[in-house]
Structure formats: C-alpha cells, structure tokens
Ligand binder design. Structure first.
Ligand SMILES: Cc1cc2nc3c(=O)[nH]c(=O)nc-3n(C[C@H](O)[C@H](O)[C@H](O)COP(=O)(O)O)c2cc1C
Length: 172
C-alpha cells in the first residue's frame, strides 16, 4: 500500500489563542511533516501561485472572497501522477468552515476513484467543519475515512494524537 501526504499550509501572521504572531512554518505543515516522519510516505505541498497576504486580517478576507466566489486558485505545481497511491492523507487548515479553495483546485485535478482519503484539519475551534461532507461530494468515487481535527495552536505537541489516528487507520 502506498500513501501520499498532500497538504496546504500558510506561514506568516496567524492568530494563536488571543494574539497575532508571525511564524516561519504553518501549523498544518508541522503536522504533515510529523506524519511524514512517522510513516515515511511521500509528501506534497499544495502551494498557490499567488499566495494570500502575510497579514492575517487581509488573508482572512481574501480567503472568504475566494470561497464565496467559488474561485479555484492557481497552484505552483501538481504531482505528475497519483496513480500509484491507494491512500491519500489530505491535511489542511479550516478556512471559513471547510478546506481552503486551493485544496479544491488540487482535488479537481486528479481522479481519486477507488482511493481512500484520510482528512486532517488544523483549526482554532471549529474542528473539521463541513470539510468531510464537502470531500464526500467533491470526490464521489473515493472513500473518505473519519478525519482528525488538530488544534493549530498546540500542533507542536500533537504527536500521540497523530500516532493513534494513523494506527487506527493502519497507516503505520
Ligand atoms: C483564512 C482563514 C480562515 C480561518 N477560518 C477558520 C474557521 O472557520 N474556524 C477555525 O476554527 N479556524 C479558522 N482559521 C484558523 C486556522 O484554521 C488555523 O490557524 C490553522 O491551524 C492554520 O493552519 P496553517 O498554519 O497550516 O495555515 C482560519 C484561518 C485563516 C487564515
């Protein structure tokens, strides 16, 4: 069984339990790299050609506009093929209640029929939001496993939570 970890994440200014702070590495990227270290799976970063602003409040509004307008942001690149993977760990932050629109650009680029998707969502309190339901609609031919919600602010100490989830899904 071969697994791909695909993730979207944003560094720069973010909100952590009441205050704003600039960070070098986004929360989801921290989680995705931990999973990579645990599983040895291939890692792919979903990156926007024109990233959202470094300033949190501007980014918030850009992401809201993209969601409301059904925008599919252009990506820097895609994996050449995902044919060899039967499992995809899809990691993303909760943006306005679901995955960011750049993740949708990624999902619509490939045929996920027959694959199992394991969603992981970092967030500041909204959990998975509607992202699992939205994945089921977008990827009708794929199996969507029960996702994992990780608190973005405490991503540095989520190792045992990740391990339990990976073990429960036979990904370790
Ligand atoms: C544009 C935007 C929208 C967000 N919307 C939500 C939300 O609806 N619910 C929530 O709990 N957190 C929300 N957050 C917080 C992020 O989900 C959280 O900080 C996440 O860990 C960021 O991941 P990253 O650092 O990998 O980008 C939002 C953050 C941004 C930037």
């Amino acid at each position: 069984m071969s697994t791909l970890i695909a993730y979207f994440s944003r560094a720069d200014e973010n909100y952590f339990g009441g205050s704003m702070r600039y960070i070098d590495k986004g929360n989801t990227e921290v989680a995705a790299e931990k999973i990579q270290a645990m599983t040895g799976a291939d890692l792919f970063k979903i990156e926007m050609k024109h990233p959202y602003a470094k300033e949190y409040m501007t980014c918030i509004n850009q992401a809201k506009d993209d969601k409301n307008n059904g925008v599919r942001p252009e990506l820097v690149s895609f994996p050449e093929s995902i044919d060899s993977y039967d499992s995809v760990i899809l990691a993303y932050p909760n943006y306005w209640g679901t995955y960011p629109m750049a993740v949708l650009t990624f999902l619509e680029h490939f045929d996920f029929t027959g694959k199992t998707i394991y969603p992981l969502c970092t967030n500041e309190g909204s959990g998975m939001g509607s992202s699992e339901r939205d994945l089921k609609k977008t990827l009708a031919g794929a199996k969507i496993a029960a996702g994992l919600s990780v608190s973005g602010s405490s991503v540095n100490s989520c190792d045992s939570q990740l391990r339990r989830w990976l073990e429960a899904n036979q990904l370790l």
